[in-house]
Design a protein around this ligand. Sequence first.
Ligand code: GLU
Length: 578
Amino acid sequence: MDRLRKMFALVADDNGATTSAARIQQHILGSGIQLDDFRLRTTMERLRFLGESPISFEAFVALVSDELMMVNRTFNRELVIPDWQEFCHDIELVFNRIADDCSGNNANYIPILRDADPNKWGVALCSVDGQRLEIGDVDTYHSIQSVSKPITYAFAIEQEGTDFVHQFVGVEPSGRPFNSLELLPDSRPFNPCVNAGAIMTAGVVASSRTEQSAREITEEIMKLWAALSGDLAPVRFSEETMLSERDTADNNFAIAYLLKGGRGLPRGVDLHKMLDLYLSCCSIEMTASLLSVAAATLANGGVCPITGQQALSTEAVKKSLSVMQAAGMYDNAGVFTLEVGLPAKSGVSGAVLTVVPNLMGFATFSPRLDSYGNSVRGVEFCRQLVELFTFHIYDSLSGGRSGCKRDPRASQHNRKQRDLSDLRWAVSHGDRYALKVRDLLLECMIAITLADGEIEEPEIIIMAETYTEIMGHQPQQGELQAMAESRQSEIEAGGSSGPFEQLLQRLSLEQVQLDDNVRELILEAAFRVACADGIIEPEEDHQLRGIANALGISEGVLELEIARFQRQHPSRGAAATD
Ligand code: GLU
C-alpha cells in the first residue's frame, strides 16, 4: 500500500473512507508531539480551517503535503522515543511514588523561598524530537537561582571566548558548599557553578558591556533563556526576589571583595554591577515546563527541539554540560554523578534541570531541599529514573547487561528486533547459545504454569502462542504438555529442592552469559503465561519475582512490567498481588 494510504489508515474512521481533525490531532498527541509544534504549523492551520467536517483521503493528502516528512515521522512513531505513551506511564509511576516524600525544608534565607508552597511537585520532560510530557506543578513560576549559572557561563563563553572566561574562572569541582569563600591556589574560583565562580562569570559578562546596566544585561540573558525554552511562555523577572537577594548578600559581597582583592576583576568591572548581574540572574523566574525545554535544547547540542532555532553553539553547550556534570549539584555533585551520571543543575528554589544527552531534558520542581541545597524529590526522581532506564552516561558500558533497565530510544528498539530475528535464525540451525535460551524460556513458562500445581489447557495454549511469537516457529506437537507433565511429577515426587528452585539456580548460573535482550525475552515469556487468565495470582507473582531476581532484573523494572499489565487490563483492576 502506498505510504500515504497507510498513514491515512492510521487515522481513518470505522468506515475507512474519511477522518476528522480530532482524530488526526489525537494521533499526533499520542506521539508526544504538541499541536503547536513548529514543524506541523501549516498542517495544523489547515486542520483548524477544516473544522469538524469529514476529511477524505484526497483532502488528507492536501492537508499534510507541505510537512509530509514530519507528519510521517509523527504518524509512524519514528521519533527518538517511539513508544511515547508507555514511557509517559512509566514516568507517571515514578512521579507518584516520589510525591509522598515530604522530607527536607524550603530554603529560608529569603521570604519568597521560605513561604513557597512546599508541597508543589512537578516534572516536565522534552525529548530532542520535541515530544513533551508535563505532570503536576509544571506551570508554577519560581526563581531559577543557581540553575542560572551554567547558562550565564555559556553566555559568557559565547560573548567573551573560552580563554578569556577561564583566565578568571576555573573548572574544577570544589567539593565545598556553594557559598564557600575558598578559591583555587591561583585565586580563581573553582568553577562557574559555585557562587564565587558565578559571580566572577557575571563580572566577565558585565565587564565588556559598559554601556548597559546589570538589569539590561540580565534581559539579554533572559532572551537566551527564552530561546532555549522555545518561547513557550514568558521568562519573567522577580523584583521581590532580587530585593531580598540584595538584602541578604553579605556572603556574596565577601566573595566579590575577595575576588577583587585577589586576582582582580575582569577589565576592572564595577563590583556592585557584577553582583547585581549575578543576583538578577538568580532572580529570573521560569517554570519546570520552560526549564525542561531548555534542558532538551542542551541535550540537542543547543538547537531548541520545538523551534529548530540554534540558541547556543554546540561548543558552549558541551562546556556548560561538562561543568554541570562536575559541579552542578553543589557539594553532592560527586555522589550525584556516581549514582545518576547525568549533567544537572539545581537551585535553592527547588528546581533541578537535568540533561540526557541526545535524548531528552527534564526539569523538576519541589521546594523542599536536602542538606546540600538540592531538591529532595528532584534528586530522588533522577535516581529512580536511572534505576529504571539506561540513562546514566555509563550505562552504555554495560556490555548489554544493565539488569534489563528500559531503554526507550528508537535505536534500542531496532537493536532488539535485530537480535530477536538473529536468535530465531540461530535456533533453527542449532546454535548452542540460542538453544539454551529456548530451553530456559520453555522452563520458565512451565514453572509459571505449574505455580498453582495444575496444568490447564489455556496455559498450554498461551505458552505455545508465546513460544511461537518469540521463536518464530511452533513448538513440536505435545512437547509443552510433555515437559509440563514431567515437571509436575517431579514436584509431586518432592525431594530436597524442587524443580522451581533448580530452575532458579540454573538461571542464576546462566544469567552471566545472557544479555539484556535475552533476559527480557525470558521474563516476558514467563510474564505472559502468568497473565494468561488476566490476573497475576500471588504464587505466580512470587515466581515471577524469583525468575526476575535470578536473571538479575531489578525489582523496579519488574514493577513497571506489572503496572503495564494492569494498564492493559483495566477491567481486572489491581492484580491479585496486592
Ligand atoms: N541566590 C543564592 C545565593 O547567591 C544562590 C542560590 C542557589 O544556590 O540556588 O546565595
